[in-house]
Design a protein around this ligand. Sequence first.
Ligand code: ZN
Ligand code: ZN
Length: 120
Amino acid sequence: MDYFIDCDRCHTAVRVTPLDTRQHRSKICDNCGAELVFANHELQEWRILVVFRCHNPKCAALEKPQELPITRTALRKMSQPGSEDKFMCSTCREQFPLSDQEKANNLRMLDEEEARAKAS
Ligand SMILES: [Zn+2]
Ligand SMILES: [Zn+2]
Protein backbone atom coordinates (compact mmCIF):
# COMPACT_ATOMS: atom_id res chain seq x y z
CA MET A 1 0.00 0.00 0.00
CA ASP A 2 1.30 3.46 -0.88
CA TYR A 3 1.31 6.43 1.46
CA PHE A 4 1.89 10.14 1.22
CA ILE A 5 3.45 12.85 3.31
CA ASP A 6 2.05 16.35 3.25
CA CYS A 7 5.08 18.52 2.35
CA ASP A 8 5.72 21.12 5.11
CA ARG A 9 6.93 23.70 2.64
CA CYS A 10 4.55 23.53 -0.35
CA HIS A 11 1.77 21.23 0.91
CA THR A 12 1.99 18.86 -2.03
CA ALA A 13 1.11 15.23 -1.30
CA VAL A 14 4.44 13.43 -1.78
CA ARG A 15 3.95 9.77 -2.60
CA VAL A 16 5.85 7.26 -0.47
CA THR A 17 6.06 3.55 -1.30
CA PRO A 18 6.84 0.75 1.20
CA LEU A 19 10.20 0.34 -0.58
CA ASP A 20 11.05 3.99 0.11
CA THR A 21 10.52 3.52 3.84
CA ARG A 22 12.66 0.37 3.88
CA GLN A 23 15.55 1.75 1.84
CA HIS A 24 15.66 5.42 2.74
CA ARG A 25 15.14 7.65 5.73
CA SER A 26 13.63 10.55 3.85
CA LYS A 27 12.09 11.56 0.54
CA ILE A 28 12.64 14.69 -1.54
CA CYS A 29 9.53 16.65 -2.55
CA ASP A 30 9.37 16.73 -6.38
CA ASN A 31 7.65 20.08 -6.28
CA CYS A 32 9.88 22.20 -4.02
CA GLY A 33 12.90 20.04 -3.20
CA ALA A 34 12.29 19.91 0.57
CA GLU A 35 13.67 16.83 2.35
CA LEU A 36 10.92 15.06 4.27
CA VAL A 37 12.37 12.82 6.98
CA PHE A 38 10.07 9.86 7.65
CA ALA A 39 10.74 9.94 11.39
CA ASN A 40 9.24 13.43 11.59
CA HIS A 41 6.18 12.98 9.40
CA GLU A 42 2.96 11.06 9.55
CA LEU A 43 2.52 8.65 6.64
CA GLN A 44 -1.01 9.02 5.41
CA GLU A 45 -2.79 6.53 3.23
CA TRP A 46 -2.46 7.38 -0.47
CA ARG A 47 -5.79 8.20 -2.09
CA ILE A 48 -6.93 6.55 -5.29
CA LEU A 49 -9.24 8.30 -7.73
CA VAL A 50 -12.68 6.85 -8.30
CA VAL A 51 -14.96 8.05 -11.06
CA PHE A 52 -18.33 9.35 -10.00
CA ARG A 53 -21.18 10.83 -12.05
CA CYS A 54 -23.77 13.25 -10.69
CA HIS A 55 -27.38 12.29 -11.39
CA ASN A 56 -28.98 15.61 -10.47
CA PRO A 57 -30.79 16.84 -13.65
CA LYS A 58 -30.32 20.47 -12.58
CA CYS A 59 -26.57 20.15 -12.06
CA ALA A 60 -24.09 21.65 -14.56
CA ALA A 61 -21.94 18.54 -14.10
CA LEU A 62 -24.81 16.13 -14.85
CA GLU A 63 -23.42 12.71 -15.89
CA LYS A 64 -19.92 14.17 -16.42
CA PRO A 65 -17.22 11.98 -14.93
CA GLN A 66 -15.68 13.49 -11.79
CA GLU A 67 -12.63 12.01 -10.13
CA LEU A 68 -12.90 11.80 -6.37
CA PRO A 69 -9.83 11.07 -4.25
CA ILE A 70 -10.53 8.47 -1.56
CA THR A 71 -8.44 6.08 0.51
CA ARG A 72 -8.82 2.36 -0.14
CA THR A 73 -9.88 1.93 3.49
CA ALA A 74 -12.72 4.43 3.09
CA LEU A 75 -13.78 3.00 -0.28
CA ARG A 76 -13.93 -0.53 1.15
CA LYS A 77 -15.97 0.70 4.10
CA MET A 78 -18.50 2.54 1.94
CA SER A 79 -18.78 -0.43 -0.43
CA GLN A 80 -19.93 -2.91 2.22
CA PRO A 81 -23.46 -4.25 1.65
CA GLY A 82 -25.86 -2.09 3.66
CA SER A 83 -23.48 0.89 3.90
CA GLU A 84 -25.25 4.21 3.44
CA ASP A 85 -22.15 6.34 2.88
CA LYS A 86 -22.51 8.68 -0.08
CA PHE A 87 -20.39 10.42 -2.69
CA MET A 88 -20.90 14.16 -2.95
CA CYS A 89 -20.98 16.06 -6.26
CA SER A 90 -18.38 18.83 -6.14
CA THR A 91 -20.59 21.11 -8.27
CA CYS A 92 -24.08 20.92 -6.71
CA ARG A 93 -23.14 19.31 -3.34
CA GLU A 94 -25.89 16.73 -3.72
CA GLN A 95 -25.03 13.35 -2.21
CA PHE A 96 -25.55 9.99 -3.87
CA PRO A 97 -25.36 6.53 -2.33
CA LEU A 98 -23.56 3.78 -4.24
CA SER A 99 -25.69 1.22 -6.05
CA ASP A 100 -25.29 -2.44 -5.06
CA GLN A 101 -23.53 -3.03 -8.37
CA GLU A 102 -21.07 -0.18 -7.77
CA LYS A 103 -20.32 -1.56 -4.29
CA ALA A 104 -19.72 -5.06 -5.69
CA ASN A 105 -17.45 -3.65 -8.41
CA ASN A 106 -15.43 -1.62 -5.92
CA LEU A 107 -14.93 -4.59 -3.61
CA ARG A 108 -13.84 -6.79 -6.51
CA MET A 109 -11.38 -4.12 -7.69
CA LEU A 110 -9.92 -3.72 -4.17
CA ASP A 111 -9.65 -7.50 -3.66
CA GLU A 112 -7.89 -7.98 -7.00
CA GLU A 113 -5.49 -5.16 -6.23
CA GLU A 114 -4.63 -6.65 -2.83
CA ALA A 115 -4.11 -10.10 -4.36
CA ARG A 116 -1.72 -8.57 -6.93
CA ALA A 117 0.16 -6.65 -4.24
CA LYS A 118 0.66 -9.87 -2.22
CA ALA A 119 1.83 -11.80 -5.29
CA SER A 120 4.49 -9.26 -6.26
ZN1 ZN B 1 7.23 20.53 -1.28
ZN1 ZN C 1 -24.09 17.65 -9.23
